[in-house]
Design a protein around this ligand. Structure first.
Ligand SMILES: [Mn+2]
Length: 280
C-alpha cells in the first residue's frame, strides 16, 4: 500500500513493476465481483468520463476527501484522448484501492483492447513501457464491474439501457471477462445513448451494435428492475451534465475535452434531485 499512498501524494512516474503491482491489486479487488454491484447507500457521487485528464482526476480526489461520508462511483473511460492517460488510470486505481468500501471503478467502452488501440492508450503505454504493460491494464479492463444498483433507488453504468433485458439477474448472467465486448448486452450497456423521444430503441451511428434508447425502453427497464433514477456518462455536454426523461436519467462528463466542457461530477440528493459539482 506504500505504492498506493505515493500515487495519492503525487507520484506519477511508475516503473513496469509498480504498474504490474498496482494493476494486480486492482484485479484481485474485482476478479470475483458480479457484473452489477449492490450499493448499500444512496449517499453517492458519480464521476463521468476522465479521458486522461489528470487535473480533473485530482479534483475528484479532493472531493473524495471532502465528502467523506459519500460513496464515489467512477463510470468508466479513464484513458484515451487526453494528455495524461497512464497517470489518470493509475490514480483512479489508487483511489479505488485506498477507499475500497467507498470508491467503485466501473468499466466504460474505452476499457477495451480494440478501442484503446484506436484512441491512444495502447500507443502511449507500448511506447512508454511495453506490450506487457498494456496487457496489465487490459486485464484490469476485463475485471471491472459494469454497473451499480440499489434496489428501489438507482442504477448506473457507462452507456445505458440494453435491449431485451428485464432484470438484474439477466445482466449478472453475462460474461464480462474478455478484453473486448463480445457480449451484446454488456456492449450496449457501455455504448448506448439516451434520446428524449417516445420510442424504444433506434440504431446509433456510433456503432452497428449500439442503440439509442428512448423513453419507452427507459421507463420499462426502470420499472422492471425497480429503480427511480439512472446515472450514466459517455456523452460530451458543454455544461458537464444533462438530464433526460423528466430528470430520471442523469448524464455526467468529468473532463474538459480540450476546453469544450465545464467538467462536473453529480451528487444524488435526498429527494432524487441532483447537485452538480464543478471540477475546475
Ligand atoms: Mn464512452
Amino acid at each position: 500500500m506504500e505504492l498506493v499512498r505515493s500515487i495519492l501524494e503525487g507520484k506519477t512516474k511508475l516503473t513496469k513493476d509498480e504498474i504490474w503491482n498496482l494493476s494486480g491489486m486492482l484485479q484481485d479487488h474485482y476478479r470475483s465481483s458480479p457484473n452489477v454491484l449492490d450499493m448499500s447507500t444512496d449517499k453517492v457521487i458519480f464521476v463521468g468520463d476522465l479521458h486522461g485528464e489528470l487535473q480533473c482526476t485530482r479534483a475528484v480526489q479532493r472531493y473524495i476527501k471532502k465528502y467523506n461520508k459519500h460513496h464515489f462511483v467512477f463510470l468508466g473511460d479513464y484513458a484515451d484522448r487526453g494528455p495524461e492517460q497512464i497517470e489518470t488510470f493509475n490514480l483512479v486505481m489508487a483511489l479505488t484501492l485506498s477507499n475500497p468500501k467507498r470508491v467503485t471503478m466501473l468499466r466504460g467502452n474505452h476499457e477495451s483492447d480494440d478501442i484503446a488501440a484506436k484512441y491512444g492508450f495502447y500507443n502511449i503505454v507500448t511506447k512508454t513501457y511495453s506490450f506487457d504493460v498494456f496487457k496489465h491494464y487490459s486485464r484490469v479492463f476485463e475485471v471491472l464491474p459494469i454497473a451499480v444498483y440499489k434496489k428501489a433507488t438507482l442504477f448506473a453504468c457507462h452507456g445505458g439501457v440494453p435491449e431485451e433485458i428485464s432484470s438484474i439477474a439477466e445482466i449478472q448472467g453475462r460474461n464480462r471477462r474478455h478484453p473486448n465486448f463480445p457480449d451484446d448486452v454488456l456492449f450496449q450497456m457501455v455504448w448506448n445513448d439516451p434520446k428524449d423521444n417516445d420510442y424504444a430503441f433506434r440504431p446509433n451511428s456510433r456503432s452497428a451494435r449500439a442503440r439509442f434508447f428512448g423513453k419507452v425502453s427507459f421507463t420499462k427497464f426502470m420499472e422492471n428492475i425497480d429503480a427511480k433514477v439512472m446515472f450514466r456518462a459517455h456523452q460530451v455536454f458543454p455544461e458537464g451534465y444533462r438530464t433526460f426523461f423528466d430528470n430520471k436519467l442523469v448524464s455526467v462528463f468529468s473532463a474538459t475535452s480540450s476546453s469544450s466542457v465545464q467538467p462536473k461530477i453529480v451528487r444524488l440528493c435526498n429527494d432524487y434531485t441532483i447537485e452538480p459539482l464543478d471540477l475546475i
